[in-house]
Design a protein around this ligand. Sequence first.
Ligand SMILES: [Fe+2]
Length: 595
Amino acid sequence: MIVLGINAYHGDAAAAITHDGLLVAAAEEERFNRRKHCAGFPAEAIRYCLQTAGISIGEVDHIGISRDPSAHLHKKILFAATRAAKSLTAFDRAKAPVTASKSRGIFDAVAERLANTAKVRDLRDELAKQLNVAKTALRAEFHNIEHHRAHLASSFYVSPFERAALLSIDGFGDFISTMWGVGDGNSIDVLGQVEYPHSTGIVYTATTQFLGFPHYGDEGKVMGLAPYGKPRFMAELRELIRTEEDGQFKLNLDYFRHHAEGVDMTWDDGSPVIGRIFSDEYSKLFGPPREQGAPLTEREHDIAASLQLRLEEVGFHLLNHLYEATGLTDLGLAGGVAYNSVMNGKILLNTPFRRVYVQPAAGDSGTAIGVCYQIYNGKLNRARNEVMEGAYTGPEFSDAEMRAELEQSGLQYETYSDREVTRRAAHDIAEGLVMGWFQGRMEFGPRALGNRSIVVDPRRADMKDTLNERIKKREPFRPFAPSILEECVGDYFEQTHPAPTMLMVYQIKPERRAEIPAVTHVDGSGRLQTVSRQVNPRYYQLISDFRELTGVPVVLNTSFNENEPIVCTPRHAIDCFLKTRMDVLYLGNHAVRRK
Ligand SMILES: [Fe+2]
């Protein structure tokens, strides 16, 4: 049985396909069309999934999308009516053109939402059009899977757990920001939820905007900034978001615009654009917002530190409630806020949970996987048979294809045996070279995990600046991450719970920090990837060979890209190598050196 799951008209549009419950392929649209976080319809990703499964769209049995326009409909209508009434009252009161335009904005927003809803309903039409087939050729049964149920499914059905507590936490999807429940065998029971307009994701995004980082996905920058500050704004942050009984929380809506005036959001084929969420009241708490590009001062550091700590407080409040409600110590986690690896890394320290599975594509792209399994396991009650340990579900290229690209580029290259290639590469990085490492299947989700990575020596303190100057051009405060052999984690880190997809930040042992300065953040932490031979044998071998040369079982791993989506094809990798100042590029067993 073939199931196709789709995340469309949300950020990180993506597709995933399963065959008899096994995950055959999953990828984000941005990797193909090269538009970061692109929303819209993931036509290229769907084509890739079908091609990998070796079938046509007509052979797919079930197709689902991670949105359900009818879900929570009464709440949506009630909310829209209340908002429209409020805005008309304001219009009558003020009788000013500025309010009129605000009022028009609301109707525009409603019209846009309806158009988006219609698109979701017309999935069959859109699919036929995009794939250039007759609508009658699609024999699949179509499903709408509510957004957070898709997240929950992605955190459970591909986890190693037979039973687990589950939490989905993000900005919004289908009018809900947070949902929790319990997974047991082939079913997920929802125990609670937090509804629009209350959302931890919204608080994080609003504050990220206030700090002068306006782009979709900039929240990770603020997480990286937080350790530079002191959390001296906790009273203010607790005023912005309050915790309540039963795991609930509420925003103080005076500080936000999304519920009252609406916020412009663009979800077309490009990168998502989100208008200003924080209201003018924010400035009463913190002073004026920072302009993009202005110097970062102690105030910004301290706001970031406070925001991060408050997120953790609310997160642990929720998780402790979830533990009390379920009594389970295994946890499945998904949703965009589950990309907060600093919070994730503290879960074991602050809650009774003992094992945590974070869906590698915790954000909206991962709902494509959730859709597949909610249909296959949840709806059709088929046996579970997939554990997603890594995230290597994207395109791969044959040796002939890689050679052909190298030949076409006119680049000179050397070719090594399987055993030799990791030794050579380990030697190169130990010598201080900046290495592009392109191997096997591309990763799904935001992290490069050793198949589309730039890998360098973590012992060299200057590597951070070298990478930034020569390739990444990132803000200097952002940390770079370590990949470490699984069996060595306890030698270097304070915690040892596996983190195979780089979604946990742990403290590096104080006595080890000077040994790996390029991957040690200012507070002594590292967002590690634990690498096992079973999940990624070649990357494991590379780090083992580096260890043999240097005694250090750790490398620095950053995504293989300049400022665009992570490279997908050999062509992208060669282009990135040529336009940056990378020293050496490994494409499979072939190495190209900069002359
Ligand atoms: Fe989501």
